[in-house]
Design a protein around this ligand. Structure first.
Ligand SMILES: Nc1nc(=O)c2c([nH]1)NC[C@@H]1CN(c3ccc(C(=O)N[C@@H](CCC(=O)O)C(=O)O)cc3)C=[N+]21
Ligand SMILES: [Mg+2]
Length: 294
Protein backbone atom coordinates (compact mmCIF):
# COMPACT_ATOMS: atom_id res chain seq x y z
CA UNK A 1 0.00 0.00 0.00
CA UNK A 2 1.17 3.48 -0.69
CA UNK A 3 -0.07 6.53 1.17
CA UNK A 4 -1.71 9.51 -0.43
CA UNK A 5 0.82 12.37 -0.38
CA UNK A 6 -0.62 15.52 1.17
CA UNK A 7 0.73 18.26 -1.08
CA UNK A 8 1.38 21.08 1.38
CA UNK A 9 3.08 23.17 -1.27
CA UNK A 10 -0.01 23.18 -3.50
CA UNK A 11 -2.45 23.58 -0.61
CA UNK A 12 -0.40 26.52 0.71
CA UNK A 13 -0.39 28.07 -2.76
CA UNK A 14 -4.18 27.92 -2.91
CA UNK A 15 -4.41 29.42 0.57
CA UNK A 16 -2.04 32.26 -0.38
CA UNK A 17 -4.14 33.02 -3.46
CA UNK A 18 -7.21 33.38 -1.23
CA UNK A 19 -5.23 35.57 1.16
CA UNK A 20 -4.18 37.78 -1.77
CA UNK A 21 -7.84 38.26 -2.76
CA UNK A 22 -8.83 39.20 0.80
CA UNK A 23 -5.81 41.50 1.19
CA UNK A 24 -6.74 43.29 -2.04
CA UNK A 25 -10.28 43.79 -0.67
CA UNK A 26 -8.97 45.28 2.57
CA UNK A 27 -6.75 47.64 0.58
CA UNK A 28 -9.49 48.65 -1.88
CA UNK A 29 -12.44 48.93 0.51
CA UNK A 30 -10.68 50.26 3.58
CA UNK A 31 -7.33 51.68 2.43
CA UNK A 32 -5.40 49.35 4.74
CA UNK A 33 -2.41 47.36 3.47
CA UNK A 34 -1.52 44.57 5.92
CA UNK A 35 2.08 44.94 7.09
CA UNK A 36 4.34 42.23 8.48
CA UNK A 37 7.63 42.99 10.19
CA UNK A 38 10.18 40.28 10.78
CA UNK A 39 12.98 40.78 13.29
CA UNK A 40 16.05 38.60 12.98
CA UNK A 41 18.87 38.71 15.50
CA UNK A 42 22.11 37.22 14.24
CA UNK A 43 22.21 34.88 11.28
CA UNK A 44 21.29 31.27 11.69
CA UNK A 45 22.05 29.82 8.23
CA UNK A 46 19.32 27.18 8.62
CA UNK A 47 16.66 29.87 8.67
CA UNK A 48 17.88 31.72 5.55
CA UNK A 49 15.59 29.79 3.19
CA UNK A 50 12.69 30.36 5.53
CA UNK A 51 13.30 34.11 5.65
CA UNK A 52 13.67 34.35 1.89
CA UNK A 53 10.43 32.49 1.10
CA UNK A 54 8.61 34.46 3.77
CA UNK A 55 9.62 37.82 2.28
CA UNK A 56 8.86 36.74 -1.30
CA UNK A 57 5.46 35.22 -0.50
CA UNK A 58 4.42 38.18 1.63
CA UNK A 59 5.00 40.51 -1.32
CA UNK A 60 3.25 38.14 -3.76
CA UNK A 61 0.14 38.17 -1.58
CA UNK A 62 0.12 41.98 -1.72
CA UNK A 63 1.15 42.50 1.89
CA UNK A 64 3.82 44.96 2.96
CA UNK A 65 6.85 43.43 4.57
CA UNK A 66 9.79 44.91 6.36
CA UNK A 67 12.78 43.25 7.89
CA UNK A 68 15.03 44.25 10.77
CA UNK A 69 18.32 42.41 10.82
CA UNK A 70 20.18 42.98 14.04
CA UNK A 71 23.70 41.81 14.90
CA UNK A 72 24.11 38.63 16.95
CA UNK A 73 25.41 40.63 19.94
CA UNK A 74 22.30 42.86 20.16
CA UNK A 75 21.30 43.51 23.77
CA UNK A 76 17.91 42.57 25.13
CA UNK A 77 17.26 46.25 25.90
CA UNK A 78 17.87 47.25 22.27
CA UNK A 79 15.57 44.51 21.00
CA UNK A 80 12.84 45.51 23.48
CA UNK A 81 13.21 49.13 22.35
CA UNK A 82 12.68 48.08 18.71
CA UNK A 83 9.60 46.07 19.68
CA UNK A 84 8.17 49.07 21.54
CA UNK A 85 8.65 51.13 18.38
CA UNK A 86 6.95 48.47 16.19
CA UNK A 87 4.08 48.14 18.69
CA UNK A 88 3.45 51.88 18.32
CA UNK A 89 3.72 51.91 14.50
CA UNK A 90 0.22 51.76 12.95
CA UNK A 91 1.59 50.51 9.60
CA UNK A 92 2.87 47.36 11.34
CA UNK A 93 0.08 44.82 11.90
CA UNK A 94 2.19 41.75 12.51
CA UNK A 95 5.49 41.34 14.35
CA UNK A 96 7.51 38.13 14.12
CA UNK A 97 10.73 37.85 16.11
CA UNK A 98 12.56 34.89 14.69
CA UNK A 99 13.47 32.20 17.22
CA UNK A 100 15.78 30.99 18.60
CA UNK A 101 17.35 34.18 19.96
CA UNK A 102 20.99 34.52 21.07
CA UNK A 103 21.75 33.53 24.69
CA UNK A 104 22.02 37.07 26.08
CA UNK A 105 18.35 37.63 25.24
CA UNK A 106 15.47 36.21 27.27
CA UNK A 107 13.06 35.00 24.58
CA UNK A 108 10.14 34.85 27.00
CA UNK A 109 10.55 38.51 27.88
CA UNK A 110 10.71 39.43 24.21
CA UNK A 111 7.55 37.47 23.36
CA UNK A 112 5.71 39.14 26.23
CA UNK A 113 6.78 42.58 24.99
CA UNK A 114 4.97 42.14 21.66
CA UNK A 115 1.49 43.66 21.49
CA UNK A 116 -0.79 40.56 21.56
CA UNK A 117 -2.83 42.12 18.72
CA UNK A 118 0.32 42.07 16.55
CA UNK A 119 1.60 38.69 17.77
CA UNK A 120 1.25 36.80 14.46
CA UNK A 121 3.21 33.85 15.90
CA UNK A 122 0.53 33.44 18.56
CA UNK A 123 3.20 32.91 21.22
CA UNK A 124 2.20 35.69 23.66
CA UNK A 125 0.65 34.29 26.88
CA UNK A 126 -2.54 36.24 26.11
CA UNK A 127 -2.94 34.39 22.80
CA UNK A 128 -1.90 31.06 24.36
CA UNK A 129 -4.53 31.55 27.06
CA UNK A 130 -7.20 32.61 24.60
CA UNK A 131 -6.54 29.59 22.36
CA UNK A 132 -6.78 27.21 25.31
CA UNK A 133 -9.94 28.89 26.56
CA UNK A 134 -11.54 28.45 23.12
CA UNK A 135 -11.62 32.21 22.51
CA UNK A 136 -10.74 33.92 19.27
CA UNK A 137 -6.99 34.54 19.06
CA UNK A 138 -3.97 34.70 16.80
CA UNK A 139 -3.18 31.00 16.45
CA UNK A 140 0.42 29.72 16.02
CA UNK A 141 1.15 29.20 12.32
CA UNK A 142 2.60 25.68 12.19
CA UNK A 143 -0.20 24.15 14.32
CA UNK A 144 -2.81 25.95 12.20
CA UNK A 145 -1.10 24.55 9.09
CA UNK A 146 -1.11 21.01 10.51
CA UNK A 147 -4.85 21.11 11.18
CA UNK A 148 -5.62 22.57 7.74
CA UNK A 149 -3.63 19.74 6.13
CA UNK A 150 -5.32 17.07 8.28
CA UNK A 151 -8.71 18.49 7.29
CA UNK A 152 -7.96 17.99 3.60
CA UNK A 153 -8.13 14.26 4.39
CA UNK A 154 -10.70 14.35 7.22
CA UNK A 155 -12.93 17.42 6.87
CA UNK A 156 -14.47 16.48 10.23
CA UNK A 157 -12.02 15.43 12.95
CA UNK A 158 -14.76 14.78 15.51
CA UNK A 159 -14.03 11.75 17.67
CA UNK A 160 -10.83 10.81 15.87
CA UNK A 161 -7.98 9.40 17.90
CA UNK A 162 -5.30 12.04 17.47
CA UNK A 163 -1.82 11.59 18.92
CA UNK A 164 0.53 14.55 19.06
CA UNK A 165 4.12 13.47 19.49
CA UNK A 166 5.95 16.43 21.04
CA UNK A 167 4.97 18.91 23.75
CA UNK A 168 6.66 22.16 22.76
CA UNK A 169 5.00 25.53 23.23
CA UNK A 170 5.42 26.32 19.53
CA UNK A 171 3.91 23.15 18.04
CA UNK A 172 2.90 20.26 20.32
CA UNK A 173 0.77 22.10 22.86
CA UNK A 174 -1.01 24.47 20.46
CA UNK A 175 -1.70 21.72 17.89
CA UNK A 176 -3.27 19.68 20.69
CA UNK A 177 -5.40 22.68 21.70
CA UNK A 178 -6.62 23.09 18.12
CA UNK A 179 -7.41 19.39 17.77
CA UNK A 180 -9.40 19.46 21.02
CA UNK A 181 -11.34 22.37 19.55
CA UNK A 182 -12.03 20.17 16.50
CA UNK A 183 -13.51 17.59 18.90
CA UNK A 184 -10.76 15.03 18.33
CA UNK A 185 -9.72 12.76 21.19
CA UNK A 186 -6.21 14.00 21.86
CA UNK A 187 -3.20 12.34 23.45
CA UNK A 188 0.01 14.29 23.88
CA UNK A 189 2.96 11.92 23.84
CA UNK A 190 6.64 12.76 24.27
CA UNK A 191 10.07 11.30 24.94
CA UNK A 192 9.08 10.19 28.46
CA UNK A 193 5.85 8.48 27.38
CA UNK A 194 5.72 4.77 28.23
CA UNK A 195 5.30 2.44 25.27
CA UNK A 196 5.61 5.38 22.91
CA UNK A 197 5.44 3.19 19.82
CA UNK A 198 2.17 1.57 20.96
CA UNK A 199 0.66 4.97 21.79
CA UNK A 200 1.52 6.21 18.30
CA UNK A 201 0.15 3.02 16.74
CA UNK A 202 -3.25 3.80 18.25
CA UNK A 203 -3.50 7.07 16.32
CA UNK A 204 -5.87 7.67 13.41
CA UNK A 205 -4.16 11.05 13.12
CA UNK A 206 -0.52 11.28 14.12
CA UNK A 207 1.16 14.69 14.34
CA UNK A 208 4.90 14.46 14.89
CA UNK A 209 6.90 17.43 16.14
CA UNK A 210 9.94 16.20 18.02
CA UNK A 211 12.87 17.55 16.01
CA UNK A 212 14.54 14.14 15.68
CA UNK A 213 15.30 13.07 12.12
CA UNK A 214 13.28 10.02 11.00
CA UNK A 215 12.48 8.89 14.54
CA UNK A 216 9.02 7.54 13.74
CA UNK A 217 9.28 4.25 11.85
CA UNK A 218 6.75 2.38 9.77
CA UNK A 219 5.76 0.05 12.62
CA UNK A 220 4.81 3.07 14.79
CA UNK A 221 1.94 3.83 12.45
CA UNK A 222 -1.53 2.33 12.34
CA UNK A 223 -2.30 1.08 8.82
CA UNK A 224 -4.33 3.75 7.03
CA UNK A 225 -3.56 6.52 9.53
CA UNK A 226 -2.98 10.13 8.52
CA UNK A 227 0.53 11.33 9.38
CA UNK A 228 1.48 15.01 9.67
CA UNK A 229 5.25 15.42 9.87
CA UNK A 230 6.31 18.78 11.32
CA UNK A 231 10.03 18.05 11.43
CA UNK A 232 12.43 19.86 9.12
CA UNK A 233 15.87 18.38 9.79
CA UNK A 234 18.96 18.99 7.72
CA UNK A 235 21.04 15.81 7.58
CA UNK A 236 24.15 14.77 5.63
CA UNK A 237 23.23 13.52 2.16
CA UNK A 238 25.05 12.19 -0.87
CA UNK A 239 28.26 13.78 -2.20
CA UNK A 240 28.86 15.94 0.87
CA UNK A 241 25.55 17.72 0.38
CA UNK A 242 22.77 18.03 2.94
CA UNK A 243 19.15 17.01 2.57
CA UNK A 244 15.96 17.72 4.47
CA UNK A 245 14.14 14.96 6.30
CA UNK A 246 11.20 14.99 8.65
CA UNK A 247 10.73 13.43 12.08
CA UNK A 248 9.09 10.49 10.32
CA UNK A 249 10.90 7.86 8.27
CA UNK A 250 9.03 8.75 5.11
CA UNK A 251 9.90 5.70 3.00
CA UNK A 252 8.69 3.33 5.72
CA UNK A 253 5.71 5.39 6.80
CA UNK A 254 4.41 5.84 3.24
CA UNK A 255 4.02 2.04 3.01
CA UNK A 256 1.70 1.96 6.04
CA UNK A 257 -0.08 5.30 6.35
CA UNK A 258 -3.24 6.26 4.49
CA UNK A 259 -1.98 9.80 3.94
CA UNK A 260 1.25 11.58 4.80
CA UNK A 261 2.88 14.99 4.47
CA UNK A 262 6.28 15.07 2.74
CA UNK A 263 9.34 17.06 3.84
CA UNK A 264 9.97 19.43 2.21
CA UNK A 265 6.65 20.47 0.71
CA UNK A 266 4.37 19.55 3.60
CA UNK A 267 3.88 21.55 6.77
CA UNK A 268 6.63 24.12 6.03
CA UNK A 269 4.84 26.00 3.24
CA UNK A 270 1.63 26.00 5.32
CA UNK A 271 3.46 27.72 8.19
CA UNK A 272 4.27 30.66 5.93
CA UNK A 273 0.77 30.82 4.43
CA UNK A 274 -0.74 30.88 7.93
CA UNK A 275 1.65 33.66 8.90
CA UNK A 276 0.23 35.73 6.04
CA UNK A 277 -3.31 34.81 7.11
CA UNK A 278 -2.57 35.97 10.67
CA UNK A 279 -1.11 39.25 9.40
CA UNK A 280 -4.23 39.85 7.34
CA UNK A 281 -6.41 39.03 10.34
CA UNK A 282 -4.44 41.38 12.61
CA UNK A 283 -4.70 44.17 10.02
CA UNK A 284 -8.46 43.71 9.56
CA UNK A 285 -9.08 43.71 13.32
CA UNK A 286 -6.86 46.77 13.81
CA UNK A 287 -8.98 48.58 11.21
CA UNK A 288 -12.20 47.49 12.93
CA UNK A 289 -13.28 45.04 10.23
CA UNK A 290 -14.42 41.44 10.38
CA UNK A 291 -11.38 39.30 9.45
CA UNK A 292 -11.78 36.70 6.68
CA UNK A 293 -11.90 33.04 7.71
CA UNK A 294 -9.66 30.49 6.04
N1 LIG B 1 9.18 33.24 15.63
C1 LIG B 1 9.36 32.23 14.78
N2 LIG B 1 8.30 31.72 14.12
C2 LIG B 1 8.47 30.69 13.23
O1 LIG B 1 7.49 30.22 12.64
C3 LIG B 1 9.79 30.18 13.01
C4 LIG B 1 10.85 30.77 13.72
N3 LIG B 1 10.61 31.77 14.61
N4 LIG B 1 12.12 30.34 13.55
C5 LIG B 1 12.45 29.38 12.52
C6 LIG B 1 11.33 28.40 12.34
C7 LIG B 1 11.44 27.60 11.08
N5 LIG B 1 10.25 27.88 10.31
C8 LIG B 1 10.03 27.38 9.02
C9 LIG B 1 8.88 27.65 8.31
C10 LIG B 1 8.71 27.19 7.01
C11 LIG B 1 9.69 26.44 6.40
C12 LIG B 1 9.51 25.96 5.02
O2 LIG B 1 8.68 26.45 4.28
N6 LIG B 1 10.29 24.94 4.58
C13 LIG B 1 10.22 24.37 3.25
C14 LIG B 1 11.58 23.95 2.75
C15 LIG B 1 12.68 24.91 3.03
C16 LIG B 1 14.03 24.41 2.58
O3 LIG B 1 14.11 23.88 1.46
O4 LIG B 1 14.96 24.54 3.38
C17 LIG B 1 9.38 23.09 3.26
O5 LIG B 1 9.23 22.49 4.34
O6 LIG B 1 8.93 22.71 2.21
C18 LIG B 1 10.83 26.14 7.11
C19 LIG B 1 11.00 26.61 8.41
C20 LIG B 1 9.49 28.78 10.99
N7 LIG B 1 10.06 29.13 12.14
MG1 LIG C 1 7.49 20.51 5.05
Amino acid sequence: MSAKVIDGKAIAETLRARIAIEAAKLIKDHGVTPGLTVVIVGDDPASQVYVRSKVKQTAEAGLNSTEHKLPADTSEADLLALIAKLNADPSVHGILVQLPLPKQIDAERVIQAIDPAKDVDGFHPINVGRLNAGLDSLVPCTPQGCVLLAKTIHPDLTGMNAVVLGRSNIVGKPVAALLIQESATVTIAHSKTRDLKQVCRAADLLVVAVGRPEMVKGDWIKPGATVIDVGINRVPGAEGKTRLVGDVDYAEAAEVAGAITPVPGGVGPMTIACLLANTLKAAALAAGHEPPKF
